[in-house]
Ligand binder design. Structure first.
Ligand code: CA
Length: 242
């Protein structure tokens, strides 16, 4: 009985371990590689994979140095020394973006965190919008309505989604108007949310049910054993009286 209970406990522990969330990971989510000239920027055209972990889609994007300045505005990074400008350097088309295929666990819930960089001024910079598409689905817009400033304003967005396969396609697009020459993206990260899968909960409850049955069976057998002993004692007592 003890061995069986231990085995059931081990099975439950195994289930709990298997239910622990898997951590997804974004490669180069801070756009720190490749390194671009300090105070400058480098453009990357459609199809380029030169930005570690990412593939450029649409027209072009650019990695901007966090010390870059224009029109009296400092374009500092949210994290590290560089950030990604989805507006690129040649075209501000909304079809431009960057895509990354991320390893995920099917049915696991993830939180995708990213910052949208926005500024106004110089007649070329307006509040920016970044669009997100997961697995080629509909684009959702994330707008940073910043006011006039002499530097970039970074706003954090968190989007939760459930992975439907071992690989998830995460693509960010330029969602700003064509007259906006700066749409910032930086510090993209993915975190598994600790929500056990329904199948694991079911199996866990099934395991608890097994323990309950084992305990009930043990108690029933104990009662029968005690009843038998009482019965035996009574017979023994009667025998002794005689
Ligand atoms: Ca960065």
């Amino acid at each position: 009985m003890i061995a069986r209970s231990l085995l059931t406990g081990f099975t439950l522990a195994s289930l709990l371990i298997s239910a622990m969330p898997a951590r997804g990971q974004i490669v180069n989510g801070s756009f720190e590689t490749p390194t671009v000239p300090n105070g400058g920027f480098t453009g990357f055209l459609n199809g380029s994979t030169a930005i570690t972990g990412w593939t450029v889609v649409g027209a072009d994007v650019a990695i901007i140095s966090g010390t870059f300045m224009q029109s009296g505005i400092t374009f500092q990074a949210q994290s590290g020394a560089q950030w990604l400008d989805l507006s690129g350097t040649q075209s501000n088309t909304p079809s431009t973006g960057v895509r990354q295929l991320v390893s995920t666990v099917t049915n696991q819930v993830y939180a995708l965190n990213f910052y949208v960089g926005s500024t106004t001024g110089g007649g070329s910079f307006f509040p920016a919008t970044v669009d997100l598409s997961i697995n080629g689905g509909a684009r959702t817009s994330y707008f940073n309505p910043t006011g006039p400033s002499n530097m970039l304003d970074w706003k954090l967005f968190t989007v939760e989604f459930t992975a439907t396969s071992p690989t998830t396609d995460i693509t960010f697009f330029n969602g700003s108007a064509s007259n906006n020459f700066s749409t910032g993206l930086d510090n993209v990260s993915l975190t598994a949310v600790a929500v056990p899968e329904p199948s694991s909960i079911f199996l866990g409850l099934l395991g608890l049910g097994t323990v309950g049955v084992v305990i009930r069976t043990h108690r029933k057998k104990s009662r029968l054993r005690r009843k038998h002993l009482k019965s035996t004692n009574r017979v023994t007592t009667i025998t002794a009286t005689q």
